[in-house]
Design a protein. Structure first.
Length: 658
């Protein structure tokens, strides 16, 4: 059997860019949407609706060439004797193609006042059933959609996919086999097929998520720390009093709740949630201080180097009045430096270590790790939660989450965690105005104004520009020209060292404009920044945009968030009217059409690939109660096998879901 994906080096190498290397990878690369070309009921037309009409051409096509466009026009008549005008922009070949008297299928947007269809797809003759519903794949641009479709077709006979879900649950939930579910999604004839196939994949994902969460929780609560030192929480006041600002009542309540939990004999397993800017960091620092008072080590995990460094700086400042030994452990330190830190950790010379996943690595040994804090926890998969925890035999865990979700939903998704929520902000109101502008021209006067006021500006572009129009490097050129001496940027071509220098020059205020991708979404705190401009905002999820918006106005000043988008988008307007992070996540999920996968990560929610937490809540609840059932029935061999596989995945996990 030939195991190469394709004989074409172009296809093989472009697929590699998307990490697709095996037939199995092909099959797990699901359509991102579908093109529904089923014929429209002509008695149910609405204006601006996408229609597919079968009709005979009744007029000789005409042609017009303008400076920027070509236009072909002709008319068709359907079997219902309805006549439609068809207008096709920039498809001059149609002129030769279209023959009077012949039958064609046209697809496009209809303007009912003129009965005119703006053509987007044109097919000779009548569509076959399989041609009526076409899966659309997200692909590198060197690869055509139809090429991937035929690759999918060739891949199915080459794979076998084991069914892991215990048969009892398969029957109870009327699931398909995983193979059949995937087959349906790729070969759907309509949206019902898509939903049917996805339902099984979603259930499998949710069941695995909850079973793992419960396994971790059970393992954790089986550990008791009888030797824990109890702390008189009043002692923590020394830290709170030393801060340069007064904590809000909710921050104090959160510190207290966490402190009481740390004082219990069982281990803490707690989520601290609060919207972006609500001041979770200093609450976590207070917990680290309490942990220090009980003479134990603490570890603070962040998803990016930049954020780890920022927290390290923050700790040096806020813990300055106390005699703590704080270290930074990130990937790009010199080996000798790393070695020294590891040695000090092992012999107990370090009180707090802050870093990225370098903290997980096997050769990091702690003398007495008793508190683990994970910032931006949604950036880490459920497997990783446990990774660091295992470093201390009796460590309390505090997870920080940037999107506060309503209690009932939180209980469903995070039923294995205790939850502390901060609902208020340190400043009376977060004064960020959001506007959508059509062109870049409207942006520059605002930037000039911010610079005149001595304020700082973020300019954000997508990592991969869908339109190929805007990326960080291109913007860098434009902005360097306009604002020489003031601009710095963070892009893929820079080395880690250069990125660091660039970010620092913005953090210190030496440079006033930072051009970057959404890497700044997580946690970056530059109080003087009051303006953010986002190019191609539709390339970001709404929640990401909300997190980005949380980067400005952090000093309590009024701030402006500008989205540059030519077209009107319902989605974006949600950001103008809504400032509550969870509501935004909810709107984002509920605006997704059928067949659209969750895909884009929702900050604050678990990184589900298939499950849409809002729309699939019933299925999620069923999976959760099934997970509880599984853990109570481990004597069943099938159940035991499934649980063993998941337990093993938790153990083996080393990578981070970024
Ligand atoms: P997040 O919850 O998004 O992680 P941070 O912890 O980064 O938010 O806090 C946002 C900003 O508010 C930081 O600049 C922090 O120093 C500041 N801050 C936090 N608590 C207070 C407070 N009680 N009073 C004034 N400023 C505060
Ligand atoms: Mg934060």
């Amino acid at each position: 059997m030939n195991n190469k994906l394709s004989r074409s080096p172009r296809i093989v190498s472009s697929l590699e860019k998307y990490d697709i290397r095996t037939f199995m990878d092909v099959i797990f690369h699901l359509p991102s949407s579908y093109l529904d070309l089923s014929y429209t009921n002509e008695y149910e037309l609405n204006t601006n609706m996408k229609v597919t009409i079968l009709g005979r051409v009744i007029s000789q096509p005409t042609f017009f060439r303008g400076p920027k466009v070509t236009v072909v026009r002709f008319q068709i008549e359907s079997a219902k004797k309805i006549i439609y005008k068809v207008i096709a922009f920039n498809q001059p070949y149609l002129l030769k193609h279209v023959e009077v008297g012949k039958l064609y299928t046209v697809h496009g947007t209809i303007n009912l006042s003129k009965y005119e269809i703006t053509l987007s797809k044109f097919v000779t003759g009548e569509l076959t059933d399989t041609a009526k519903f076409v899966p659309i794949y997200r692909l590198p641009k060197q690869l055509k959609n139809h090429e991937f479709i035929s690759l999918v077709r060739r891949s199915f006979p080459k794979v076998t996919i084991p069914n892991l879900i215990p048969s009892e649950l398969v029957d109870k939930n009327r699931l398909l086999s995983t193979y059949n579910a995937l087959y349906r999604v790729h070969n759907a004839r309509n949206y019902e097929d898509v939903a049917l196939g996805l339902r099984t994949l979603k259930y499998e994902e949710a069941l695995s998520f909850f079973t793992k969460s419960l396994l971790i929780r059970n393992e954790n609560s089986a550990l008791r720390n009888a030797t824990k030192t109890m702390i008189d929480l009043k002692a923590a006041n020394a830290f709170i009093k030393s801060l340069p600002f007064k904590l809000t009542a909710e921050q104090i309540a959160a510190v207290r709740e966490i402190g009481l939990d740390m004082n219990k004999e069982t281990l803490m397993y707690r989520l601290l949630q609060g919207d972006v800017g609500s001041g979770k960091t200093v609450v976590a620092f207070s917990a680290l201080y309490i942990n220090y008072l009980r003479k134990a080590q603490g570890a603070f995990l962040a998803p990016t180097d930049a954020l780890a460094r920022q927290h390290y700086q923050g700790m040096l400042e806020l813990f300055a009045p106390f005699n703590l030994n704080i270290r930074l452990l990130v990937g790009n330190l010199k080996e000798t430096e790393k070695k020294a830190i590891k040695k000090d950790l092992e012999v107990g010379l370090v009180d707090i270590v802050v870093g990225t996943h370098a903290l997980f690595s096997a050769d990091v040994i702690y003398e007495n790790l008793e508190l683990v804090v994970i910032d931006e926890q949604h950036k880490f998969g459920v497997n990783q939660r446990n990774k660091l925890l295992n470093k201390g035999e009796k460590a309390d865990l505090l997870l920080l989450s940037a999107t506060p979700i309503p209690q009932t939903l939180a209980n469903t998704i995070y039923g294995d965690l205790d939850i502390t929520t901060i609902t208020t902000f340190p400043f009376a109101k977060r004064d960020v105005l959001t506007v959508i502008v059509k062109t870049e021209k409207e942006v520059f006067p605002k930037i000039d104004e911010a610079l005149r006021n001595g304020e700082q500006v973020y300019v954000i572009a997508p990592k991969i520009s869908y339109g190929e129009r805007v990326n960080v490097e291109q913007l860098e050129k434009i902005y360097f020209k306009k604002y020489p001496e003031r601009v710095t940027s963070l892009h893929g071509q820079l080395s880690d060292e250069e990125k660091l220098v660039s970010l620092q020059s913005f953090q210190t205020g030496e440079k006033q404009i930072l051009i970057a991708t959404s890497v700044v979404e997580v946690g970056i705190d530059v109080k003087n920044a009051s303006l953010m401009v986002v190019y191609e905002p539709m390339s970001f999820g709404l929640s990401s945009l909300h997190q980005l918006r949380g980067r400005i106005g952090r000093g309590g000043q009024s701030a402006l968030f500008i989205l540059v988008n030519e077209e009107d988008e319902e989605k974006l307007s949600a950001l103008v009217t809504e400032s509550d992070g969870f509501k935004i996540a909810e709107i984002d999920l509920s605006l997704r059409g059928p067949g659209e996968l969750s895909g884009v990560k929702q900050s604050g929610l678990p990184p589900f690939q298939y499950v849409n937490i809002i729309k699939d809540l019933n299925l999620v609840k069923a999976a959760r109660s099934d997970a509880l059932y599984l853990l109570a029935n481990e004597s069943n061999l099938e159940v035991k096998k499934y649980i063993d596989i998941l337990a093993n995945e938790i153990k083996e996990a080393v990578t981070i879901n970024g």
